[in-house]
Design a protein around this ligand. Structure first.
Ligand SMILES: [Zn+2]
Length: 248
C-alpha cells in the first residue's frame, strides 16, 4: 500500500492537471463542497476498510494453511496474467451485482449521485459497499493463492485507471475509442454515469474493457458531450452526511 501511494498521488496530480487544462464538460467545480466531500468519503473508506480487515486478520480469520489452486503451476508469467484477469473479472461481477440487486443499488447509487465527474468521483463510494466488496476478493486471493506481487500490480493499475476514467479530461475522441479496445476510458465510463437507465446499466468494467465486450454490456455512444451525468431522481448536491445516510 505504501509503495503504491506515490503512483496513486502521481495519477491524481497528472489527471487533475489534464482535466483542468482540457476539460470535457465545462462547469464550475466547487472545491469546497463536492470535491472535498468525495475526497473526505474516500479517506474515510480507506481508514475504515483498513481497520476492519486488520482486526479480522488478527482476531477472526483462522490460520488455515492452504497454498491455493495456483500452487506449483508454471510458467509464473502466465499465472500472473490469469491472476490479473481473475481480479478484474471479479470487479466486473461485483459492479453488475451492485446494479442488478436492489440492496446493492441502495449503496452503489451513492457513487452515481455525482452530477459532474472529475478525479474525486473515483472515491465517492459508501463505506459498506467498499468493505463488503473486499470479502469475496480476499476469499478469491486465498482460494487461488494469488501472489501478493500480482495483487499489488492489479491494485496500482486499478487505482490509476479509476482516476483516469472518472476524470473530466477531454481525451481526443479517436484516442479514447482506440483505448477502449483495452481499458476503461473517460468516454466509456461517462456512459455508465448517464441519467438514462439503459446507459447506466452498461459499461461495468473497472480496468479492462474485455468483460463488457464478452458479456454484451459494452456501449459506446457517438456524441458523449450529450450525456447528462447523475441520477434524475436525485438533483440535490449531497454533503458527507447525506451520502453516508442515503442508503437508509
Ligand atoms: Zn455503477
Amino acid at each position: 500500500m505504501n509503495s503504491a501511494f506515490p503512483t496513486i498521488l502521481g495519477c491524481l496530480v497528472l489527471f487533475s492537471v489534464l482535466e483542468n487544462l482540457f476539460p470535457f464538460f465545462t462547469f464550475k467545480q466547487s472545491w469546497t463542497s463536492r470535491i472535498s466531500t468525495n475526497f473526505a468519503i474516500g479517506l474515510l473508506n480507506a481508514a475504515i476498510t483498513y481497520l476492519v480487515f486488520a482486526a479480522l486478520s488478527k482476531w477472526v480469520f483462522p490460520p488455515i494453511h492452504w497454498s491455493g489452486l495456483f500452487h506449483g503451476i508454471q510458467p509464473h508469467w502466465l499465472v500472473g496474467i490469469i491472476s490479473f484477469l481473475l481480479l478484474d473479472i471479479y470487479r466486473y461481477g461485483w459492479h453488475v451485482l451492485m446494479h442488478m440487486s436492489s440492496l446493492g443499488w441502495r449503496f452503489h447509487r451513492v457513487h452515481h449521485t455525482e452530477r459532474t465527474m472529475n478525479i474525486s468521483t473515483a472515491y465517492r463510494f459508501h463505506f459498506l459497499e467498499v468493505i463488503c466488496s473486499n470479502f469475496p476478493r480476499v476469499f478469491l486471493i486465498w482460494l487461488f493463492g494469488i501472489n501478493p506481487v500480482c495483487v499489488f500490480i492489479y491494485d496500482v493499475a486499478f487505482a490509476a485507471i479509476q482516476v483516469f476514467q472518472h476524470s473530466n479530461w477531454a481525451v481526443p475522441l479517436n484516442v479514447d475509442k482506440v483505448l477502449t479496445y483495452f481499458i476503461i476510458t473517460p468516454n466509456f465510463h461517462r456512459v455508465h454515469h448517464s441519467q438514462i437507465v439503459k446507459e447506466t446499466n452498461s459499461n461495468y468494467g473497472s480496468v479492462l474493457s474485455v468483460w463488457d465486450r464478452l458479456f454484451g454490456t459494452f456501449r459506446y455512444i457517438r456524441h458523449p458531450q450529450t450525456i447528462k451525468i447523475g441520477l434524475s431522481e436525485e438533483p440535490r448536491q449531497l454533503n458527507l452526511l447525506d451520502l453516508l445516510t442515503l442508503p437508509f
